[in-house]
Design a protein around this ligand. Structure first.
Ligand code: PBG
Length: 326
């Protein structure tokens, strides 16, 4: 049956009708809010390329996370900037580094009302800015696994609810799983940054986390953004190694992958709307070129429609406020 019997516009006439046939609905339950924790106290330093986002000292991180809790956002993911960087990123697994302190403070303040996830990677902690141990210009895979599992364990001991390795070394999910289990953290879930492309859209994050590589780039460990089958293989391996949640990143440039992964895997699926995606929308909105709230919600609903259960997004608080109607 076609036109004129079939008229698709009948169900678009009023907002009430549109509401009734809406297929995808965002909920605050979908959001994970990324935060950058720095040393010091009462620090709330704006991140230039990410309007409305800040580097936060632990006390300020607790305050900002409080807004998330109040809005019903269930989770934050923490990134840390250390006092001092070195070749092996030793601050990544120091019990007195900002992330470890923030975990303890957040768990103390909010208990089970807030799921505290930690990003497990070395690039914020190494002086060369790479995600692993560097030898003669190369990022070593197996030597890096040791350090990553130390970092994950240190987060676990501080009280993290979930760890999220983002380094893209081979075998790290299995390695970290084993180390966690051995230390008695067999109930701690791992959210694997499984399919992570070497993306230009991480640009603003590297300002926020002060983690730009000092030489070369990340293409020898992060994926070529042209590849989809390889991304599915990465996810398969992470599932086999024991990942509890699979993540795809960036989200907006990988909607096809999110859909394919949703159809192929049974595990919960997360997608990271990264810094550059956030900055693009903000910049256009600040110029008056886009309607901020509508563009924000449209970008998020697209990620959910593609098949993501969870969305890591810097818009978490703003979108949650909008969903609440305020
Ligand atoms: C750490 C890490 C990065 C991001 C998340 N974890 C940066 C990178 O890989 O260079 C990017 C997040 C964003 O752009 O918002 N490896």
């Amino acid at each position: 049956m076609g036109f004129p019997e079939r008229r698709m516009r009948r169900l678009r006439r009023t907002e009430t009708l549109r509401r009734m046939v809406r297929e995808t609905r965002l909920s605050v339950d979908n959001f994970i809010y990324p935060m950058f924790v720095v040393p010091g106290q009462k620090v709330k330093k704006p991140i230039g390329a990410m309007p409305g986002q800040f580097q936060l000292s632990v006390d300020e991180a607790v305050r900002t996370a409080g807004e998330a809790v109040k809005l019903g956002v269930p989770a934050v993911i923490l990134f840390g900037l250390p006092e001092k960087k070195d070749a092996l990123g030793t601050q990544a697994y120091s019990d007195s580094a900002p992330v470890q302190k923030a975990i303890r403070a957040l768990k103390k303040e909010y208990g089970n009302d807030l799921c505290v996830i930690t990003d497990v990677c070395l690039c914020e902690y190494t002086d060369h800015g790479h995600c692993g141990v560097v030898d003669k210009g190369d990022v070593l895979n197996d030597a890096t696994l040791e350090l990553l599992s130390k970092e994950a364990l240190s987060h676990a001991k501080a009280g993290a609810d979930m760890v999220a390795p983002s380094d893209m070394m081979d075998g790290r999910i299995g390695f970290i799983r084993e180390e966690l289990d051995e230390a008695g953290f067999e109930d701690l879930p791992i959210m694997a940054y499984s399919a992570k492309h070497a993306s230009a859209f991480y640009g603003p994050f590297r300002e926020a986390a002060e983690s730009a590589p000092q030489f070369g780039d990340r293409r020898s460990y992060q994926m070529d953004s042209a590849n989809a089958r390889e991304a599915l293989t990465e996810m398969l391996l992470d599932e086999e190694e024991g990942a509890d949640i699979l993540m795809i990143k960036p989200a907006g440039t990988n909607l096809d992958l999110i859909r394919q992964a949703r159809d192929e895997f049974q595990l919960p699926l997360a997608a990271y709307q990264v810094s550059g995606e956030f900055s693009m929308l903000k910049a256009a909105a600040l110029n008056g070129w886009l309607d901020h709230d509508r563009a924000m919600m449209e970008s998020l609903v697209a990620i959910k429609r593609a098949g993501a259960d969870m969305i890591l997004t810097y818009f978490s608080l703003e979108a949650a406020r909008l969903l609440k109607g305020g």
